[in-house]
Design a protein around this ligand. Sequence first.
Ligand code: SF4
Ligand code: SF4
Length: 340
Amino acid sequence: MPTEKPGRSRPDLMLYAKLAQYAPGYVCGQLELTSRCLQRCPMCASWRDSEPQGEMPMRTIVDLFHELNQLRTFEHLSLTGGDPQCYPFLEAVAKHPRKFQLQLTTAMMAMPKPWYEHFDRIRVSFDAVDPLMHKAMRGVYRAFPTTALEYLEGIDTEVSTLTTVNEHNIDAVPQILEFLTDYSFRNNRFRRAIFLLEIRDDLPQDVIDTFQEYTLQSRMWNLNTSFGESPIHAALMRNSALTRDCRCYVGDVSFHIKCNGDVYPCCLIGGEAIPTVTEMKIGNIGKEEIEGMFGLQWTHTHRPANYYKNQPECRKVCQWKQVTFNTMVKEAIDVRLAMP
Ligand code: SF4
Ligand code: SF4
């Protein structure tokens, strides 16, 4: 029986959960600009899709931004890939007029440009300080993995890091934390270090145990991390009574768009954690307006009421943020307030 306490409920997720029960419209989303990438991470499905997803035409992005600017509810768009740094029109995307926040999600394998300041936030993959460990994690050798962050010193924007944790780098987490704690983010605001335990059925038990230990220790660390958000607790929740009759509400507030324009309810099913689950496709932005797709995930008969029971992929890959969000929305809908 695991001894770990449940992760803390993030206040922003609770707010989104309250919002989601009234389904006001899309609030956030992710957009894959290109399937090209400068790395070959073993856990990544994106660059392995049997049909290459290609590159999103700039015209499609201009139209999408125009649509999103009209959506009263829309707040935040993340640019992903592949690696958005491979996208030839990234500068035009960064500078395009918008009413929402724009995040660049990258491994920062190339030098950033001064116009990167147009992004509201940059999230950098940072899995290793040691070059050989970087190769084990990202499939390519990088002499100084820390340059990924050092490149950003001159950029005036908000920065966060994302560390995928598995058997290769679990023991190096203190070293990564030490680097991040000492690192002087001179011109940018450091938001937080996110640590994601790799989703795999055969992850060794000692890796899981060490991760739990870090979770306990993290309360003492002088750095804002995601360790309170427990992937182990999420795994338990996915198979517990908490998710009984729980459908997925993530697609009621957000979307994930592949670079061929296909829209999915989340990035996991959309191919970031596993090969893309094509039967979960909601539509395509080249053919329909994004606003018209809102709510469509429930009109498809093949979408079960209980994702965690009936969708094997959801039961395998759904992460802490999504599972806690879904169960919070369910609770928000189930609980009715009454005067005493
Ligand atoms: S995880 Fe990201 S950086 Fe790594 S290969 Fe996949 S798309 Fe590229
Ligand atoms: S993986 Fe989670 S967020 Fe994605 S569709 Fe399944 S239940 Fe929803």
